[in-house]
Write a protein that binds this ligand. Sequence first.
Ligand SMILES: NC(=O)c1ccc[n+]([C@@H]2O[C@H](COP(=O)([O-])OP(=O)(O)OC[C@H]3O[C@@H](n4cnc5c(N)ncnc54)[C@H](OP(=O)(O)O)[C@@H]3O)[C@@H](O)[C@H]2O)c1
Length: 334
Amino acid sequence: MVSSSVIYAAVPVSVIVALGLIRKWRSRNWEKCLSNTCLRGKTFLITGANSGLGLETAKALVRRKARVIFACRDVAKAKDAISLIRKEQPNGGELIPMQLDLASFESIEKFVEIVKAGFYKIDVLINNAGVYVPLKDDLKTKEGFELHFGVNHLGHFYLTTMLVDLLKRASPSRVVVVSSTLHERGKIDFEDLNLKTEIELAKAGKVAQRHNAGYCNSKLMNVYFMRALATKLMGTGVDVNACCPGFCYTNLFRYSVRWYHYLLMLPIAIMFMKSAKQGAETIVYCATDYNIEGQTGRFYRDCKEYNSNVQFDKEVENKLWTVSEELVKARKPL
Ligand SMILES: NC(=O)c1ccc[n+]([C@@H]2O[C@H](COP(=O)([O-])OP(=O)(O)OC[C@H]3O[C@@H](n4cnc5c(N)ncnc54)[C@H](OP(=O)(O)O)[C@@H]3O)[C@@H](O)[C@H]2O)c1
C-alpha cells in the first residue's frame, strides 16, 4: 500500500510538473527574433539598459556585435550591467555607459549634448525605460509632472525629438517605442494629464481600476507618439514602431507588488509570465529584423504585427504632440 506521505509529496510535484508542461506548451507562441545579422558599425541607444528588458535587449545586440549606448538613470548600474555582459561575452560589441534621467529635462538636455558631441549618427533608438509606481505615492518628475506621464511619455518625447537629426543621418534607421498592450486600457484626458483626480482617489483608497491608470495612460501615449512620429518621418528612412514584450518577470513592479503577491500569483506567473530574455525578443525584432525594414507606424507583439483594439483618433494624436511640445517649453504642468 502507498503511504500517505508519498501521496502528500506526489501531489505538489505533479502540480509543478503539470504547470511546467502548460508553460512549455504556451511558450510555443512566444516567437523569437530569427534575424542574426552582424550589427558591427551600428549604434544603438537604449534607455533603461541596466535592468530587465533593456538589459536583455542590450545582450542580444552585443552578441550581434553592435555598439550600444546604455542610457541609464544611475551610471553605476550601467557600468555594472556592462561588466556583466563583458563577462558573458568578452568579444561582443562596444558598450558605452551614459547618465540619463528621464525625470529631468536638464538631464535629458545634457545627455543629448554629450551624445551629439560624441556620435555623428544613431542607427536605432530604443525607448525602453519605464516606471510603474503606486499612484497614491504621488511621485513627480523634477519639473512636477506625474511620474508615469513624465518619464514614460514626456521624457522620451523630449529625448527623441532632440535626436531626430542623428537618426536621419543613419537612415535607414529606426525608433522602437516599448509600450504595452495595457495601452488598450489607457485614456488621454487633456484636462487632467497630471492625474490629479486619480491620485486623490488613490490616496483615499478609492481606486476603481485594477490596473494603474497612470501607467496605462502613458503606454497609450507611447503608441500615439509612435504614430505621430512615424507620420512626421515618413519618407526619411527612419522607421518608427512600437511593441509589447508581453507580461515579463523584471523589476518593473518592484514598488507595487509584494513577495506574497508573487506567491499567490505563482500558478498564473508560471503559465503566462515570460523571462526578460523571452520578452526582449520582440524588441530586438523591431530593432534589427530586415524583413520589416520600411514598415513604420505599426505595433508588434510576439515578433508579429498586433492589431490594437483602440480606435486611434488623429485629433488626439496631433493634440498630444502639440501639448507635449508646449509642456516641454513651459517646463512645468500648464
Ligand atoms: N515587465 C513587463 O511585464 C512589461 C510589459 C509590457 C511593457 N513593459 C515595458 O518594458 C519597459 C522596460 O521595463 P522592464 O519590465 O524591463 O522594467 P525594469 O526592469 O524596471 O526596467 C526599467 C528601466 O527603466 C529605467 N528607468 C526608470 N526610471 C527612469 C528614469 N527616470 N530615467 C531613466 N531610466 C529610468 C530603470 O532604471 P533603474 O534600474 O535605475 O530604476 C530600468 O533600467 C518599460 O517601458 C515597460 O513599460 C514591461
